[in-house]
Write a protein that binds this ligand. Sequence first.
Ligand code: PEP
Length: 255
Amino acid sequence: MAVRTKLVAGNWKMNGLREDSSALAQALARRMVSAGSDGPGCQLLVCPPATLLTTVGGLITGSGIALGGQDCHAAAKGAFTGDISPEMLADVGCTHVILGHSERRHGHGEDDAAVHQKILGAWRAGLTTILCVGETRAQREAGTAVDIIASQLARSMPSDAVPDSLVVAYEPVWAIGTGLTATLEDIAAMHAAIRTRLPAQTRIIYGGSVNPQNALSILGLAEVDGALVGGASLDAESFWTIARSCPSPAQIAGG
Ligand code: PEP
């Protein structure tokens, strides 16, 4: 069985000013540093708003927590008012970027073709992409969830994806920020369906109202390689508890 290090990523969305976000970043960095080799059995990533990348990046340096952006333009530079290029994210220390989040797809009209171009741009800048896919409530109820996800993957994921440069986040749209989570059976089934379309080493993480109470059971599923966490990532203790819910690679290998 392929052993994949789990990834727990915090999507801070459009939340945070310098003072509270600095406190959050410092609290996480402190926990990581004092945990040392007894730290969580996963990779930790925070994705603050663009205005806070430099501040947060400075505060987590040396802690082992990675920094990511929440979106980027496909181009390296140019006349794109308000946009941020992948190179700009890399320049401030980002190693990751979230792309195709449902709040971008539904709130900003981003389609799979645009997401595809953004992924290529992110790879050009050396960023690992967290590609979000997910079905709406109506699509799930219509029984088309797997087809929708397969289509999003086929249209947005470049064919030459390599495991280190791509993480897929399965995020049912109806579970994001609602307090609703997919059942463990539905998560396992969808992750298994996605797995058939990806290289064995590519991580598939789950997102949708993950919290300290449900993290252990979700992250304990064999096909779940981590979590993309929105609301609960804004509280250091909650995010840390979620991260600590990851079984270590050794535990996974040992069965
Ligand atoms: C998200 O923003 O990707 C997300 C899953 O949010 P939440 O955890 O709040 O549902």
